[in-house]
Design a binder for this molecule. Structure first.
Ligand code: PRP
Ligand code: URA
Length: 230
């Protein structure tokens, strides 16, 4: 049995159960997956595979937050099953580049889903986000949106992406922001500015370092995933 140290659990607890932050259960399996991808010496093939497994868990958790309607079906033995079905249409929106790593996981469970793109890059020096481009489904305002970006650090990129969605008429309450790892600073900034946005994450880190990277963190996710790390 792994003896989970008290400190990180206590740190995360203050966010658990708050209205907008949904932290995946910190199971041993999840920690084992994190252990692989956080290892600075992991092979890229394994980084891609194991981050994909966590992304799949996150997407399933995100779909759980959608509204459902009652739906009865008749079973093969002639009985009624009181079931549920999704009550609204959805779409994905990935924040390019790192968010694109989450598209395959979304398509694996929602085959024909529409996926919009928002290209935002953090300036390497100032760490401030720059919005370059967006392309979104025409009817996005009437859909629930799964916003995909594996990293929530200062929150600058998230705020810029959410702003694009709001300007296209998407209600805050219809945005489910799916992240692999988050910093307390990023959670705070998104929660204050957009309390209706739901955040689904698999880890809340200790803090940001002086270069606005999360610690203990994972390094530059996009570089490691796409193989552009120095
Ligand atoms: C990374 C990451 C997020 C952003 C988070 O993207 O994928 O989009 O930083 O940081 P923030 O919360 O401080 O804004 P980056 O701009 O490095 O581009 P990439 O996707 O090409 O790696
Ligand atoms: N972007 C990343 O890829 N990693 C961080 O820790 C912060 C921003």
């Amino acid at each position: 049995m792994i003896d989970m140290s008290i400190a990180p659990v206590m740190r995360t607890r203050e966010y658990v159960g708050t209205k907008n932050v949904h932290l995946l259960p910190q199971t041993n399996q999840l920690r084992a997956l994190h252990t692989v991808i956080r290892d600075r010496n992991v092979r890229r093939e394994d980084f891609v595979f194991y981050s994909g497994r966590i992304i799949r868990l996150l997407i399933e958790a995100g779909l759980n937050l959608l509204p459902f309607d009652p739906c009865e079906v008749e079973t093969p033995v002639g009985k009624t099953y009181d079931g549920l079905r999704f009550a609204s249409q959805i779409c994905g929106v990935s924040v390019v580049r790192a968010g694109e790593s989450m598209e395959a996981g979304l398509r694996a469970v929602c085959g024909s889903i529409r996926i919009g793109k928002i290209l935002i890059q953090r300036d390497k020096r100032t760490k401030l986000p720059h919005l370059y481009y967006s392309s979104l489904p025409e009817d996005i305002a009437r859909r629930h949106v799964l916003l995909l970006d594996p990293m929530l650090a200062t929150g600058g990129t998230a705020l810029a992406a959410i702003q694009v969605l709001l300007e296209r008429g998407v209600a805050e309450e219809k945005i489910i922001f799916i992240n692999l790892i988050t910093a307390p600073e990023g959670i705070a900034v998104v929660g204050e500015r957009h309390p209706g946005v739901k955040i689904v994450t698999s880890s809340i880190e200790e803090r940001l370092n002086e270069n606005a990277y999360m610690v203990p963190g994972i390094g530059d996710f996009g570089d490691r995933y796409f193989g552009t790390d120095p």
